[in-house]
Design a protein. Structure first.
Length: 71
């Protein structure tokens, strides 16, 4: 949590370098969640799930963020 700016910058670069990687978007969603950016987290988790429909983490985090499941 102390280096969230750096993490955000790195993961943003990661999705630029690997735009077809569901994992890259999943990781970026995680950083957005840490910095309490729900909209950013949801957008990136949804992109991750679109690229990798088997991504259970993205599906779970979307459900939690949309209020369909408890943390």
């Amino acid at each position: 949590e102390k280096n969230t700016r750096a993490a955000l910058a790195i993961f943003k670069l990661n999705v630029v370098l690997y735009p077809n990687s569901g994992n890259a978007y999943d990781s970026l969603g995680g950083v957005h969640e840490i910095i309490d950016d729900k909209a950013g987290a949801l957008a990136n988790y949804k992109k991750s799930l679109a690229l990798d429909p088997q991504n259970k983490n993205a599906a779970k985090r979307i459900s939690v963020l949309e209020g369909n499941q408890a943390l």
